[in-house]
Ligand binder design. Sequence first.
Ligand code: HXC
Length: 519
Amino acid sequence: MAFEDKIKELMEKREQARLGGGQKRIDAQHKRGKLTARERIDLLLDEGSFEEFDMFVTHRCTDFGLADKKYYSDGVVTGYGTIDGRLVYVFSQDFTVFGGSLSESYSEKICKVMDKAMKMGTPLIGINDSGGARIQEGVNSLAGYTEIFQRNILASGVIPQISAIFGPCAGGAVYSPALTDFTIMTKENSYMFVTGPKVVKTVTGEVVNEQELGGAKSHSTKSGVTHFVADNEEEGIMLIRKMISFLPQNNLEETPHISCDDPIDRPDNNLNTYIPDNPNKPYNVKEIIHSIVDYSEFLEVHQNYAPNIVVGFARFNGTSVGIVANQPNYLAGVLDINASRKAARFVRFCDAFNIPLVTLVDVPGFLPGTTQEYGGIIIHGAKLLYAFGEATVPKITIVLRKAYGGAYCVMSSKHLRGDINYAWPTSEIAVMGPKGAIEVLHNKEIKNIESDEEKEKFIVEREKEYVEKFATPYNAAKYGYIDDVIEPRHTRFRVIRALQSLATKKVLNPPKKHSNIPL
Ligand code: HXC
């Protein structure tokens, strides 16, 4: 074959590969409001930066008439490229080829980019849109999935792993995204479940549709399986690019830093009067976050799940931090099972990737009741305690208002190796709230007072006494548990100074095979 013909042949093969399962299937994909695997990659990566691997791979299955039914790339597009100039590895499942189902060669392609991402120390991004195990390949497909799971596990805590779900993701296939750090689902076209509606109906009799069972709404509010919901794929992809900007390439890299023009000493006078006089009145802690971070930019994770705690990424003077904040606007910011699990996972992610933690505390305690106790609040609350206690990244804590009981201990207190612990003058740091404390301490006296009026008077007086003594930051500050009581309007400046002072922090936990977090 002449040289030009060889080039022509290459171009034709490439063209064929780019068509995936063919124009008809591409049109069907578009008709559903979905992009193709390659269109998604083009949007995700910096223009022209994508280098594809294994375009000419095909499956090896000869059963069920598949010997003659082969498509280049075999249903998954893999390779590398850059996001804002930083290297990432990527795979994108192609629903137009056998419904994006996973074959042996397909899994080898994914494993290849996973191995490369580990070797090079770069994030791995997986875009999922697949009918699961390629049924015709039987156990080879299951083996392929498990090879991916194994790599997800070994990469965990070494390189950031992000999963986008832009179509079906069912059966055991859900466990790869579940093993990664962050999952993004689109509102309309995506779903994830271990068993689909038909099996659910057969086994339990329950009638439920795909979206109710495993759509973005269910997983972002009820199960917490997905961290983000995007209105559409474009938005989801932009979210991944944004997330990457906050993250280091791997666990050996320093916290990402970008230049920042937002003045470090920009005060916010509103913060001095922001906390309501009435301790039972809620407020929105996100307003405080927006006020103190660079350019008010806050990438909230798990926005709709356990909203009584807020977690997400922001920057102080250009340095990425993870923010954890109790949210008085929802359930008074109480810690419950879901809030503890949500925050614990986030804290561990930040610690694994050298991202300092800034914790804003306003917590009345743990949520009481049988639902919580039977659900294991003891174990789940311990997760957050464990996560903060094991974290060795710089830890800055600011008590805004309440820090009561066990929840005081848990929320990155001095005793869990909090590096710099500040409190606003509005803080109340004590074993419990005044009402509960007086009931316990003066139970007998209260019972012996006959008139209701006298009883009320007695309680109010004792509560006042208690509030003056304990419901302030100064009792904790007296012992050095609070390093300073700060003026709220200078919080941004104080956090930035604290972060600067902690930039060289080095702490190692005792050597061990691995820890035994209460799972
Ligand atoms: C082989 C598959 C396939 C699969 C879909 N296709 N899923 N081929 N193996 N798992 C093929 C279809 O035959 C069809 O081929 C094309 O992909 C598009 O599928 P449609 O059914 O036409 O599309 P749609 O109506 O959109 O439905 C999509 C779907 C459905 C909901 C994903 O295809 C489906 O239910 N598939 C099976 C899902 C499943 O049970 N997978 C196994 C899960 S268990 P043609 O040629 O007709 O266009 C599992 C275990 C993993 O994954 C374990 C890991 C440890």
